[in-house]
Design a protein around this ligand. Structure first.
Ligand SMILES: Nc1ncnc2c1ncn2[C@@H]1O[C@H](COP(=O)(O)OP(=O)(O)O)[C@@H](O)[C@H]1O
Ligand SMILES: Nc1ccn([C@H]2C[C@H](O)[C@@H](COP(=O)(O)OP(=O)(O)O)O2)c(=O)n1
Length: 322
């Protein structure tokens, strides 16, 4: 999270000096300052003109390419490297251990219910799928805008393929209902259509995964921004095998959310508009990132629930092929 300290994020690549002389002077300074500095992630040297960022906690330097995109860095006040984020997660765990007891009791109960159903359903799934899937950990991210049908399709996937479904929105809601010290903050952010800080989301996800005896995880609604993604890769150490992207128009998503009728504080037109904006600005770039890695399977989320599932099913069957 941000604090009130002045921004000390150092983006060397942006230190354009007013005059050429100053520019050259700065370059020399950079060279002097960073010539001997090694990237805290890859251990390689700094090179002039390369985007380079300093952790505001431990003051180690990193190549942008190893850690965070420049575009993302420009939007944060403070940068915390993966190991400092990890330490923060651990201290967060210590500080909020008590509130989490009730939260995770609920989460485990949810997972247990899902997994019992799943085991039964798994028996009905094609035999070779169950066997192949059970040998190694599989991670599937389900991404799409609010109301694109992520939760709906995840329930069907769980029934058919037997994944442990972790819906980050539900994990956060359980935290709200537990009355923990984070509950109010989460509820307020949700009403505003904003995203919860990644360290809180990461902790919830990490603990829910640790408590599951499954190897197949269907992670719904995460990563939702670049910060979530970097945390997943560098701290939680999870990489998706594939990303199911439910593509749906804003008009259709809005109609569905207004009809969802689950008493959610965020299913009203004002909050929906804000959520759609956050989705376009923060989640679509994450989907683009996974596209460049060849992991995205785009599904037409506009069709009927069953038609969408037919496409989803085809993709997940493909995942299981050797
Ligand atoms: N393909 C679809 N066609 C019509 N309605 C749908 C479809 N998929 C989901 N819905 C409905 O739209 C609403 C939002 O779906 P949900 O799965 O909760 O979305 P998300 O988890 O992406 O926010 C729900 O009321 C759901 O029943
Ligand atoms: N990675 C995530 C996932 C959800 N959240 C928050 C913000 C979302 O509005 C709420 C609810 O998420 P959920 O996936 O149920 O909602 P959508 O219908 O997809 O918008 O949780 C978050 O802050 N970070």
């Amino acid at each position: 999270m941000m604090n009130d300290l002045p921004t000390i994020l150092k983006l060397l690549s942006e230190q354009a000096a007013a005059s050429k002389d100053e520019e050259e002077g700065l370059e020399e300074e950079d060279e002097e300052e960073h010539g001997e500095t090694l990237c805290g992630a890859c251990g390689e040297n700094y090179a002039t003109y390369e985007f380079w960022i300093c952790c505001d906690m431990c003051e180690k330097w990193f190549h942008g390419k190893c850690i965070i995109t420049q575009a993302r860095a420009e939007h944060i006040k403070q940068y915390k490297c993966p190991s400092c984020t990890n330490e923060k997660l651990n201290s967060l765990n210590r500080v909020i251990k008590a509130p989490f007891v009730s939260t995770f009791a609920q989460v485990i109960a949810r997972c247990a219910v899902m997994e019992t159903t799943t085991r039964d359903e798994q028996l009905q799934a094609p035999k070779e799928l169950s066997e192949n899937f059970s040998n190694e950990r599989r991670i599937v991210y389900v991404l799409g805008g609010p109301g694109s049908g992520k939760g709906t399709q995840c329930s069907k996937i769980v029934q058919h393929f037997g994944f442990c479904h972790l819906n980050v929105g539900d994990l956060l809601q359980a935290e709200v209902e537990s009355g923990s010290e984070y509950g109010k903050m989460i509820q307020d952010l949700k009403k505003e259509g904003k995203l919860v800080p990644s360290d809180v989301v990461g902790k919830l996800l990490q603990q829910a995964m640790e408590r599951s005896n499954k190897k197949k995880f269907l992670i719904d609604g995460f990563p939702r921004n670049e910060e979530n993604r970097v945390l997943a890769e560098n701290v939680l150490k999870i990489e998706p095998d594939l990303v199911l992207f439910l593509d749906c128009s804003e008009g259709e998503m809005t109609r569905r959310l207004l009809n969802r009728n689950q008493g959610r504080v965020d299913d009203n037109i004002d909050t929906i508009k804000k959520r759609l904006k956050v989705y376009a600005e923060s989640t679509l770039p994450v989907i683009d990132y996974y596209c460049t890695k060849g992991k995205v399977r785009k599904i037409d989320g506009e069709k009927s629930i069953d038609e969408v599932f037919q496409e989803v099913k085809g993709v997940l069957e493909e995942l299981d092929k050797p």
